[in-house]
Design a protein around this ligand. Structure first.
Ligand code: AHR
Length: 498
């Protein structure tokens, strides 16, 4: 099979947005405790954070970190997590039926963000708490000094304000699994009132209203319309969440998961445009795709865990090469939608459906999903080019006919470099792709990185942490302004051109 791609400079090309390469840390299982924070670990720094994890987060190229949930935030009292550690309460975490010791809270997590060079994106609890607590948290976090709450932050060891720009107004309020779930009218009003109050403290905040928990929600589309009709003037983003998994051995459908993400983004963008017009607004609300990943829901590898215990394992999915390829293709979709999706967070960061795994007291290693994320974050720069891909389609049970190859490219005029990101969704066929470089002034291949394996279910584990790695030995040539490369079945590839 062959495919043809033509790259062209585009004066309207949207920028590559660094916030697209965000991640997410929830108080859940070993995400925080025995994950990024393990004071007794030999590589822990004086604050209890693992330096090997910090190094991997930097290598992953993460821009923002959404915190502290997720479902967890809907039962969270932020005050529990600040002040002297020995006075912090232990609470029931109703979302995950675990215990929360509060040994890590806002000030510690802000420190972790500083150590990893990431931007903190904070979620407020709009389920069991409301406007007052959101305002208190904002004042504690961002007000310089001279008020009881800001002086409390200073006394707690953070003299400088945390300067948090992006705030999530609750989490997945459309889902009945959520503590305090709501109807869209109810949530839309609450989001509007909370946002309006928060902007009285700082009108430049960037506030994210809760959108649908996935595109299969019964009120998907209607939820966004109603929430935006109530809150459009006060918020800056609306969220999308989506997780994908291979079901019933249908690898072909799974590899086409990004079709759903494409449709999700297009639908929400259309709803934003509709509400914008109906309100005669000048502003375009943007999309924050602030939870996305592969997640084998209903297949928890540690189902036997006891409830209400400390240090329980949860959602510790071990990812295959095929899962990594899907993550790469979801990044292709996110990049392609850079005109509407201004922020995104792969969920999550450490141990919990995560690209980084750790063993307590032992090593940290990269899952398969680490590689396309780190490479796309490193190589995507400048503006996004959206080439047309001419290729055959294949039939899928879940998504209809889907192109075998998907691709997106970036062009960085200042650096004089371009990158092309490609996925071959065929389960058994190689595809030879010719990429016409058109008017892009690049002439040579700077690097090629790809993820594929004869065993598409190969994984990295504690015993074999480097079983799967990126490959850089692909057969690729550039001749007369055309790059030719053969993509392996079930593969993700990045080509750097200079
Ligand atoms: O990331 C795991 C969970 O998935 C989050 O807590 C929730 O927001 C979503 O349903």
């Amino acid at each position: 099979t062959t495919a043809r791609i033509a790259l062209r400079l585009d004066p309207c090309a949207p920028p590559v947005r660094r916030r697209l390469f965000g991640s997410f840390v929830e108080h859940l299982g070993r995400g925080v405790y025995d994950g990024l924070y393990e004071p007794a670990h030999p590589r822990a720094n004086s604050e209890g954070f693992r330096e090997d994890v910090i190094d991997l987060v930097k290598e992953l190229g993460v821009s923002t970190l959404r915190y502290p949930g997720g479902n967890f935030v809907s039962g969270y009292r932020w005050e529990d997590g600040v002040g002297p550690r020995d006075q912090r309460p232990v609470r029931l975490d109703l979302a995950w039926q675990m215990l929360e010791t509060n040994q890590v809270g806002l000030d510690e997590f802000a420190r972790f963000c500083a150590l990893t060079g990431t931007e903190l994106m904070l979620a407020v609890n709009l389920a069991t708490r409301g406007i007052t607590e959101a305002l208190d948290l904002l004042e504690y976090a961002n007000h310089p000094s001279g008020t009881t709450l800001s002086d409390q932050r200073i006394a707690n060891g953070s003299p400088e304000p945390h300067g948090i720009r992006m705030w999530c107004l609750g989490n997945e309020m459309d889902g009945e699994w959520q503590i305090g779930f709501m109807e869209p009218e109810e949530y839309g009003r609450l989001a509007a009132r909370t946002a309006s109050a928060m902007k009285k403290i700082d009108p430049t905040l960037e506030l994210v209203a809760v959108g649908s928990s996935y595109s299969g929600m019964p009120r998907f589309g209607e939820w966004e319309r109603i929430v935006l009709e109530k809150a459009y003037d006060y918020v800056d983003f609306i969220s999308c969440h989506s997780y994908y998994q291979e079901k019933d051995g249908d690898l072909g459908s799974f590899l086409a998961s990004s079709t759903d993400m494409d449709h999700f983004i297009d639908t929400v963008a259309a709803t934003i445009d509709h509400v914008k017009l109906s309100r005669r607004s000048e502003k375009t609300v943007q999309i924050s795709f602030d939870e996305w990943n592969v997640w084998y829901q209903g297949a928890d590898p540690h189902p036997e865990r006891e409830l209400w215990t400390l240090g329980a394992r949860g959602l510790e999915d071990v990812y295959s090469v095929a899962d990594g390829v899907v993550v790469g293709s979801l990044l292709v979709t996110l990049l392609r939608h850079s005109d509407r999706v201004a922020a995104a967070s792969m969920a999550q960061l450490v141990n919990v459906i995560a690209p980084i795994m750790t063993a307590p007291g032992g090593p940290a290693w990269r899952q398969t999903t680490f590689f396309p994320f780190a490479t796309t974050s490193r190589m995507a720069s400048g503006v996004v080019l959206r080439p047309r891909v001419e290729v055959e389609t294949y039939a899928t049970a879940q998504h209809g006919n889907v192109p075998l190859v998907d691709a997106v490219a970036t062009w960085d005029e200042d650096a004089g470099s371009a990158s092309v990101f490609l996925v071959n969704r065929s389960v058994d066929e190689s595809v030879t792709v010719s990429i016409d470089l058109g008017d892009i002034p690049v002439t040579r291949i700077a690097e090629v990185q790809s993820l594929w394996d004869d065993d598409v279910y190969a994984r990295n584990t504690l015993e074999h942490p480097e079983r799967v790695r990126l490959r850089d030995d692909d057969d690729v040539v550039v001749h007369d302004g055309v790059v030719t490369i053969t993509l392996h079945p079930v593969s993700w590839t990045a080509i750097g051109l200079a």
